[in-house]
Design a protein around this ligand. Sequence first.
Ligand code: AMP
Ligand code: GLY
Length: 419
Amino acid sequence: MNILVVGSGGREHAVAAKLAEGKARVAVAPGNPGMKDVAMILDIKETDHEGLIQAARELEADLVVIGPEAPLLNGLADDFKAAGFRVFGPDQKAAEIEGSKSFAKNIMEQYQIPTGSYYVTTSYDEAVQHVQNQGAPIVIKADGLAAGKGVTVAMTFEEAEEALADVLLDGKFGEAGAQVVIEEYLEGEELSLMALVHGETVVPLVGAQDHKRAYDADQGPNTGGMGAYSPVPQFTSADVDEAVERVLKPTAQAMVKEGRPFTGVLYAGLMMTTEGPKVIEFNARFGDPEAQVVLPRLTSDLAEVLSELVAGGEPQLEWSDDAVVGVVLAAEGYPASYQKGISVSHLQFSRQTSVYWAGVKTEEDDLVTAGGRVVLVAERAEDLKTAQQKVYDQLQEKTTTGLFYRTDIGDKAIKNASS
Ligand code: AMP
Ligand code: GLY
């Protein structure tokens, strides 16, 4: 089986690696040079739909897997389908569940999918008035895509006001900030729960927990994700089943009813509140870095699973009981401005370690940084504590000048277990 994966981050490295474990031959476009152990790398941009379709023809691709949200929202899945390919990834209309937070909120309201209350407006004055009425803490979000950076959890009225000014007056998020979504502040533990979806078929994956803040103890700015782990023992299997029944399945059904049937990974960012799971956000793709800790636990052949799903079947998934902890190494300064071109070719790990490269490129035969999140290093073991110990032992032996990483990935679960 020939598979083309579109994307260039750590998530796509993990997807390509899992696909390549089976019988599939995998190509990635545009990929990054860190992925060449598992896939052929094609130098074609995500925005070059014609070029990608041409490459898929040459590869005689049986399946195209689209990783990131931007090409999905640009209609890449639609274009591949029109060209006759089988695609794992939602079309533009279905990807709106991630592309517009107000669209997602409307769906949830209409189909009684549990989420916090919310208010949408384009007017700064109305927004401020609403925040005044509701009081802090309160959450301010740019409506459109903002790479995980358009969200402010405001603990005070002043913080909320400032965030509203950033979005609505100063245009900090451009088009994505034409509207603002103001949300009820939810309290609880977070769970990233993803499912492979095709129409009304929903095949849940094991849960993971991301670490969105840049620094230890959830301090610092929100990022695309600084590390993750799976499983998440704070949640029982009954909690997860409840989230599948109350969130993932009804959402897939709602998308069918709305004439926007969803194919791909439906990702629910959940807050487990005292009233049960509530949706914080939907994504239309694998989480990054969640994919890097969930996929290593999958023992089924991913290529076969995805092919069966898009052909209308309902694949059964098998999982390892092992725990996986993954830590992101990011360029110092990320998510604000950071330096590029730092040499990282010395970052070699043992064969048992999973290494998923993201923001890297080759420069004069050297592997150097080209983005904020550079690489995710993951270890697996019989429990989270051992996996965490292994990953940090590995990292401590390395020189990481110009990079930084959190030293507490997985702590919440591990502290929970030992208390
Ligand atoms: P998002 O990009 O929507 O996932 O938001 C980033 C992070 O902000 C989430 O992982 C949560 O930690 C936090 N967050 C978002 N929405 C809420 C909410 N309604 N209540 C509390 N925290 C939130
Ligand atoms: N890790 C969160 C995301 O992929 O959006």
